[in-house]
Design a protein around this ligand. Structure first.
Ligand code: OAD
Length: 281
């Protein structure tokens, strides 16, 4: 038995359930986390050199190469039993997934509603160097193809959106928007950048309203994402944490399930909601 009766009852009665996930939920799909001591990405690479707008402005090719290598790993990955367990609950409960991951694996597992706080590796976006613009004193206009800021004299209004959509995050030279020629970058949020307001607002609304928040595989070290489970707690939600290691949330969580996502989440689904891999029992 995973839970005392009182918690089990609250879980079963819950209508709105939020899964708040981090890199740990994808670890068993073969995607490295950021801060695990053995093979966390930020132990091997300096995020200041590969994950900031300044790094990209200084050396776009280095950043592109780093992300295209990550994209190769992510493209080969498939959802694990943890992603699948979350997706299996969606048809019977009001489930929202709020993820910090950029790997598409919740969507691939079939979760219908996923808020991507840190963007998506495969949705490229234009890079615009704000300093360059202000120095040049140019009036920016929006490029009709990539939707980014572009210097007016560079924009080809007949530039083709299809060409833009054909550009992928793969090894090679950093691609440019076929319309305004600006450099393209992965559609993720970097350090020193702000989250998409509409996504953050939706995530906040969702955690304020939820009955239960289940936090899976996040170290909760990056703001503002990390504050969301605490916001849920302040608003009276039941908090469950799934993580092999303790975090700052463990102290205030109503239940802490120590273990990996792929092991614990299927058990949780079966014990609490009677959901199994093959469907309802
Ligand atoms: P972290 O790498 O900081 O934390 C991963 C967490 O997953 C740790 O608490 C691990 O104990 C836990 N974990 C490891 N294996 C697990 C498993 N199999 N099952 C469950 N949990 C496991 O990753 P995040 O918290 O997601 O941001 O990091 C947050 C943000 O920091 C990322 O979105 C990224 C990074 O910088 C950006 O790139 C903007």
């Amino acid at each position: 038995m995973m839970f005392p009766d009182t918690i089990l009852q609250r879980l079963r009665q819950a209508q709105r359930i939020v899964f708040f996930t981090g890199a740990g939920v994808s670890a068993e799909s073969g995607i490295s986390t950021f801060r695990d001591h053995a093979d966390g990405l930020w132990g091997k690479f300096d995020p200041m050199e590969v994950a900031t707008p300044f790094a990209f402005a200084a050396n776009p090719q280095k950043v592109w190469d780093w992300y295209s290598q990550r994209a190769d790993v992510v493209r080969k990955a498939v959802p694990n039993a943890g992603h699948r367990a979350i997706a299996q609950l969606s048809p019977i409960k009001n489930v929202e997934v709020i993820t910090q991951n950029v790997d598409n694996l919740h969507q691939a597992a079939g979760s219908p509603s996923v808020l991507e706080l840190h963007g998506n590796l495969f949705r490229l976006k234009p890079f615009f160097d704000k300093e360059e613009l202000s120095e040049g004193g140019r009036t920016p206009i929006i490029c009709p193809a990539c939707g980014g800021l572009a210097a007016s004299d560079m924009v080809d209004a007949f530039g083709c959106k299809d060409d833009l959509q054909g550009i992928e995050l793969v090894a090679g030279p950093v691609p440019r928007c076929p319309c305004c020629n600006t450099l393209m970058r992965p559609g993720v949020v970097w350090f020193y950048e702000t989250l998409d307001n509409s996504v953050l607002d939706a995530a906040e609304a969702s955690v304020i309203e939820c009955d239960v928040l289940i936090c899976v595989g996040s170290s909760l070290e990056v703001q503002p994402a990390a504050s969301l489970p605490f916001l849920a707690k302040q608003n009276g939600s039941l908090i469950v944490e799934v993580n092999p290691q303790p975090t700052s949330l463990s102290e205030i969580a109503d239940a802490t399930l120590v273990g990996s996502a792929a092991e614990v989440l299927p058990l949780l689904m079966r014990e609490v909601w009677g959901v199994t891999e093959g469907g309802m029992p």
